[in-house]
Design a protein around this ligand. Sequence first.
Ligand SMILES: Cc1cc2nc3c(=O)[nH]c(=O)nc-3n(C[C@H](O)[C@H](O)[C@H](O)COP(=O)(O)OP(=O)(O)OC[C@H]3O[C@@H](n4cnc5c(N)ncnc54)[C@H](O)[C@@H]3O)c2cc1C
Length: 314
Amino acid sequence: MAALAFIETDEGIVKKSSLEAVSYAHAVAGDVTAIVFGAVDNLDTVGAAGASKVLHVQDEKLAAPNIMAYSSAIAEAMNQEGADLLVLAKSSLGDPVSARVAIKVDAALASNVSELPDAGGAVKKSIYTGKAFAITSLEGTKKIISIKKNAISVKEDGGSADVVAFSPTLNDGDFTVTTTKTEKAEGDILLPEADLVVSGGRGLKGPENWGMVEDLAKALGAATGCSKPVSDMDWRPHHEHVGQTGIKVSPSLYIAIGISGAIQHLAGVNSSKYILVINKDSEAPFFKAADYGVVGDAFDVVPKLTEAIKKAQG
Ligand SMILES: Cc1cc2nc3c(=O)[nH]c(=O)nc-3n(C[C@H](O)[C@H](O)[C@H](O)COP(=O)(O)OP(=O)(O)OC[C@H]3O[C@@H](n4cnc5c(N)ncnc54)[C@H](O)[C@@H]3O)c2cc1C
C-alpha cells in the first residue's frame, strides 16, 4: 500500500506531530510520500521519520495555510502517487483539510486516532474529549487517518527522502478564502504547540506566587498554563487557561501544580504523554490521571524540583 503524509510546519520547522504522522504512515504502509507547503528548514527529518519521497509545493500563494487549496493539492497528490492512505496530525488545519480531501477522493475518514490499526485494520479513536474510545472500521479502498498527538513515537532512523517539486493544479475556487495576516499570542513558547507545560492552579494562593512556576518552566524550556479559576481571577492571562473551555494541550509532559483535577481541566490535558501532579492532598482527583505524583506542599516541592533540574543540567 502507498501512503501520503501531510506535513505541517511552524515558521519553517516541521511540526513534531507531522513527523508522528509520517512514522504512523510508515508503520502502516511502508511506502510513504510526504507533501509539504512553503519553505522548510528541516526537511531531512521527514525522511528520517520514514518518508522516501517529499512533494514540495513552493507556490507563493500557498505559503500561508489555505484549507481549500491545500485540500485540492493533497487530493491531487494522492491520485498522482496512487496513495490509498493519507495520514495527518489532528489539528485546527488538519481537521478541515482531512474532511475536504475525504470528499474529493471518496475516502473513509477517522480522526483523533490514538493507536496503530489492529490486525483487521480497525482504528481506536479518542472520543468525548478523551474520556472514551471508539473502535472504528474504515471501509472502501481509500482511507484517511488523522492522528492524535503522541499517538506514536517519531522514527528517527528511516533514511533520507527524495525531494521533488510539486505544482498542483488549482483554480480560483481554491482561493475564495485566504489569510492576509497572522499574529501570534505573546510568550516565547505557545501553549497549544508546547512539548512541555508547567501549569498552576488555585493551590498557589495568588499571582504573587507564580515566580516558582515560571522558574520551573524556564529551567525546563516549558510553556506555562493554569486552571480556569486562576485566569478568571486574573492571576494569569486568559490565553494560559487549560481545559474543556480553554486550550487543549498535548505535551510530552504536563506538570500540574496545585490543581485539583476537575473533569473540565482533565479534558484539556488528557492527550499529554506523561502527567506529573504536585498536590498536598493525596485524595486530589488529578492523581488518578497522573503517571507520576508528588504528595506535598508546592511551596516546598517546586523550588526543590527546579534546583534539582538546574543541577542535573549543569
Ligand atoms: C462548564 C464548566 C467549564 C469549566 N472549564 C474549565 C476549564 O476549561 N479548565 C479548568 O481548569 N476548569 C474548568 N472548570 C472549573 C473546574 O470545574 C474546577 O473548578 C477548576 O478546574 C478548579 O481549579 P483548581 O484545581 O485550580 O482549583 P481547586 O479546585 O480549588 O483546587 C486547588 C488544588 O490545589 C491543592 N493545593 C492547595 N494548596 C496547595 C499547596 N500548598 N501545594 C500543593 N497543592 C495545593 C488542593 O489540594 C486542590 O487540589 C469548568 C467548570 C465548569 C462548570
